[in-house]
Write a protein that binds this ligand. Structure first.
Ligand SMILES: Nc1ncnc2c1ncn2[C@@H]1O[C@H](COP(=O)(O)OP(=O)(O)OP(=O)(O)O)[C@@H](O)[C@H]1O
Ligand SMILES: [Mg+2]
Length: 203
């Protein structure tokens, strides 16, 4: 079965009623690009909760966001470091990248003393779902899903990855407009981006 012929009732495909904006990507590069475009919407004080299973693509998305924000240092999967700050190279907000996998509760996240710079930074928390939302009034949750759902035990992981992901964005509060998030689903075509480049040049 080709990836285009997904069964209609594939369980992992989001339902319309979920109220998330869904963006499909077909490769890690496309997810990184999406992160770069998302970065343009982010500002100091924003909290982005990155959800999704093991190896879904949370760090890949975070790398794109780091590139889009223009921050220093390689955004990577923190193994021993639970939180890392990447300073802006251009006077914008810093990026605080947190892996909350080993953190049990908000108290432990609080103990990282992130609050001090939260207001001046964009904070990304992998595995932060249902743990860190209350650190900000209006968090954005971005869930990276494999459209075909979980993998069966014993599958060859590399062979089983067709590169497709569904990325579901859900913004809380008035900070996030659905219309703005929906622009992420449509990368500008060649003509539009040319026009955009001309406009950007004159400013
Ligand atoms: N469309 C895609 N988007 C993102 N990653 C993809 C995609 N297709 C394939 N991949 C691959 O999936 C893997 C995602 O790894 P990544 O470290 O970003 O996931 P993660 O969710 O951060 O994992 P962890 O749960 O260990 O933190 C990479 O090897 C990447 O190349
Ligand atoms: Mg990761």
């Amino acid at each position: 079965m080709s990836p285009q012929q997904m069964p209609e009732a594939a369980p992992a495909v989001p339902e319309a009623g979920e109220e998330g904006v869904v963006v499909a990507t077909a490769s890690a590069g496309q997810t990184r690009d999406l992160g770069e475009r998302l970065a343009a919407l982010l500002r100091a004080g924003d909290l982005v909760v990155l959800a999704g299973g093991l190896g879904a693509g949370k760090t890949t998305l975070a790398q794109g966001i780091g590139a889009g924000l223009g921050v220093r240092g390689r955004v990577s999967s923190p193994t021993f470091i639970i939180a890392r700050t990447h300073p802006s190279t251009r006077g914008g907000p810093d990026l605080i990248h947190v892996d909350a996998y080993r953190l049990g509760s908000l108290e432990e996240v609080d103990a990282l003393d992130l609050d001090s710079s939260l207001q001046d930074s964009v904070t990304l928390v992998e595995w932060g779902e249902d743990k860190v939302e209350s650190l900000a009034a209006e968090p954005l949750t971005v869930e990276v899903r494999r459209p075909h759902g979980g993998l069966e035990a014993g599958t060859d992981l590399d062979g089983a990855d067709d590169g497709r992901r569904l990325i579901v964005l859900r913004g809380a509060g008035e900070r996030w407009s659905r219309a703005e998030l929906e622009t992420l689903a449509e990368p500008a075509g060649p003509l539009e981006s040319l026009a955009g480049a001309e406009e950007a040049g004159s400013d």
